[in-house]
Design a protein around this ligand. Structure first.
Ligand SMILES: [Zn+2]
Length: 130
């Protein structure tokens, strides 16, 4: 796996049920050249990600919004790093009006995590077929 691919990330765009127990992922933003290549400088507030989120929100008349983030890991079944946890907690703080989900794409599995009672739990795991 190339270095670039292992560090890809973006925003998740979709909708959720009123009780936040169901999510519908509709779109995700993909890395662009102005994004920093290093994980340390991971910055979801890069302008083009925000622009995509805003334009989906407007064209769907508020049905679609920011749902969380996705990124890739150079390991078969991904588990969140301490950096991920810190980053996810910041995302949750910035978006107190909704429940966020966080996707990590590994080499074999894609996993989805969300915060339940103060800690991050894996709520979904599926093999990537290629
Ligand atoms: Zn990570």
């Amino acid at each position: 796996m190339s270095r670039d691919r292992s560090e890809a990330f973006g925003a998740l765009i979709g909708s959720q049920s009123a009780d936040a127990n169901e999510f519908w992922l509709e779109h995700c933003t993909t890395p662009q050249k102005e994004d920093s290549a290093t994980r340390v400088n991971f910055n979801m507030r890069a302008p083009h990600h925000q622009k995509s989120v805003d334009s989906y929100y407007e064209s769907s008349h508020g049905k679609l919004g920011y749902l969380g983030t996705w990124h890739t890991h150079p390991e078969p079944t991904p588990t969140p790093s301490n950096i991920d946890i810190t980053d996810w907690k910041k995302c949750i703080k910035r978006n107190p009006d909704r429940q966020l989900i966080f996707v990590i794409v590994g080499q074999k599995d894609v996993c989805i995590f969300r915060e339940i009672n103060g800690s991050f739990k894996r709520i979904f795991k599926e093999k990537i077929d290629d």
